[in-house]
Design a protein. Structure first.
Length: 112
């Protein structure tokens, strides 16, 4: 696979693509939903909740943390994860802006 040509796109388009990666796998969606529903800092419960291996859950948590959607703290010998409120608000605004664009006049679309 070749390298990505992100230089061809605007900074906003690249930021959106990075943020939308969070929703590119159902396990990450389930993790986000669980974190939002519980409103608590969790880790070990996710393995039982999702029915996935610890390594798989850790991989998805790592990806979400790299994307900045969740934050984690070390508590003894375990990590505690929760939604980053500022990142969540920014993501909500980005999605709102992206999906609230007006559609062109559909009478003139080539696919109608």
């Amino acid at each position: 696979m070749g390298t990505s040509r992100t230089d061809l796109f605007t900074q906003e388009q690249n930021q959106q693509a990075e943020a939308f990666k969070a929703f590119a796998h159902p396990a990450r969606i389930a993790i986000i939903e669980h974190l939002l529903a519980t409103g608590t800092c969790i880790n070990n419960q996710l393995v039982q909740e999702l029915g996935l291996a610890q390594a798989t859950v850790s991989q998805h948590l790592r990806e979400l943390k790299q994307l900045g959607i969740i934050q984690g703290q070390i508590e003894g010998n375990r990590m505690c994860y929760c939604i980053d409120p500022q990142a969540w608000e920014k993501l909500q605004q980005m999605l709102h802006t992206f999906f609230n664009r007006e559609l062109p006049n559909t009478q003139n679309l080539c696919c109608s």
